[in-house]
Design a protein around this ligand. Structure first.
Ligand code: IDP
Length: 154
């Protein structure tokens, strides 16, 4: 069995406003991932700019920060085997027009700037640690036994 990992995921304001938060959370629950952290908050600009710091020189940066601060988001931490890569596969390509049907973006989104969900980049090794600590204190991540683990993992 490969390593159990923690990965950072966030329901974006478009999905929350469209009543899709529950649907998106259910995708990860039903897959068998373990929810260890979750909040509901409206991000301030400073927090949003730090979160998207890698894009600060891009032409879409201001619009992206406007959008992500425009309403409630649901930051979450999900744990599971190979979780970062599995979650990225589940959310689909960044541009919903390229996202396969069956992925979250492929099923619920149409536009690059309104792509319903964020997840840490599995190709960026430090992304999870950086993003989890930007949104959660250690004592906000919950320790518990996943009761169905023996049915999910051999
Ligand atoms: P990701 O969300 O799939 O990790 P990133 O490249 O990190 O994709 O981009 C962050 C977010 O910025 C995307 O989810 C998307 O909403 C937005 N974005 C990325 N590229 C563009 C663009 O070219 N125009 C407008 N928005 C963009």
């Amino acid at each position: 069995m490969s390593e159990r990992e923690r990965t950072f995921v966030m329901v974006k304001p478009d999905a929350f406003a469209r009543g899709l938060a529950g649907e998106i959370i259910s995708r990860f629950e039903e897959r068998g991932l373990k929810l260890v952290g979750m909040k509901l908050e409206v991000l301030d600009r400073e927090h949003a700019e730090e979160h998207y710091g890698e894009h600060e020189d891009k032409p879409f940066f201001d619009d992206l920060v406007d959008f992500i601060t425009s309403g409630p988001v649901v930051p979450m931490v999900w744990e599971g085997e190979d979780a970062t890569r599995q979650v990225r596969q589940m959310i689909g390509a960044t541009d919903p027009a390229e996202a396969a049907p069956g992925t979250i973006r492929g099923d619920y989104a149409l536009d690059l700037g309104r792509n319903v969900v964020h997840a840490a980049d599995h190709e960026d090794e430090g992304a999870n640690e950086r993003e989890i600590s930007l949104f959660f204190d250690d004592d906000e991540l919950v320790e518990y036994d996943q009761h169905d683990a023996s049915w999910l993992y051999e």
